[in-house]
Unconditional design. Structure first.
Lengths: 114, 110
């Protein structure tokens, strides 16, 4: 398995533009998580899905952020409109609900909003 | 959720054994101690998990005393490539989500 695949690897966009981050989880994993990492706040959980259904989105910072999981093999995190303070590394992770050791993270998308 | 406390940073030299201690005073009966490692520009990676006593795998050992209020991650003979941030977590065995703290930045020096 190629692991959790995220795209793009890097994204630079202008303030006000829409940004879409993509994630392909590991086949067979039924939970998917979006995290954001910054120097100031560390790793923050934004939202997670179980069996394609959003379970907890309390970490989503504002209405500008939205996430979807149309099927078991694909998820998106959208920011519209983007702002400079959204600059961060966004990680997607998936798990098979077999405990805390079963989480696999992608390599992340480094987002820079100028 | 059990709160974990670990040192912000540690330095070591190549070839030494490194022990990172994590305290989790309010750990619950159903909580497991779990460690993740994060290299620069990568996502966190699972290292080891245990409930009590000692667990060892090809990467590290995890020592957990009987009261489970702390745990120690032991990395034998570290190399430069072990420079990373190490996160200690104590989620329930059936945790649906992971909450990461600040972690310990380990720097291995030549």
């Amino acid at each position: 398995d190629a692991g959790v695949i995220q795209s793009p690897r890097h994204e630079v966009t202008e303030m006000g533009q829409e940004v879409t981050l993509r994630c392909k989880p590991i086949s067979g994993h039924n939970s998917l998580f979006w995290y954001r990492q910054t120097m100031m706040r560390g790793l923050e959980l934004l939202i997670y899905f179980n069996n394609n259904v959003p379970i907890d989105d309390s970490g989503m910072p504002e209405d500008r952020f939205s996430a979807k999981m149309p099927n078991a093999s694909f998820s998106t995190l959208k920011i519209q409109p983007s702002e400079p303070r959204d600059s961060a590394v966004y990680f997607c992770a998936s798990s098979n609900n077999q405990g805390a050791g079963g989480y696999t993270f992608g390599s992340g998308t480094r987002l820079t909003v100028v | 959720l059990a709160k974990t406390t670990q040192p912000i940073s540690m330095d070591s030299y190549e070839g030494q054994e490194v022990n990172i201690t994590c305290s989790h005073n309010n750990i619950a009966t159903n909580d497991y101690i779990t460690w993740y490692q994060q290299f620069p520009s990568q996502g966190p990676r699972f290292i080891i998990q245990g409930y009590k006593t000692k667990v060892t795998n090809e990467v590290a050992s995890l020592f957990i005393p009987a009261d489970r209020k702390s745990s120690t991650l032991s990395l034998p003979r570290v190399s430069l490539s072990d420079t990373a941030v190490y996160y200690c977590l104590a989620p329930p065995r059936s945790a649906r989500q992971l909450t990461f703290g600040s972690g310990t930045q380990l720097t291995v020096l030549p």
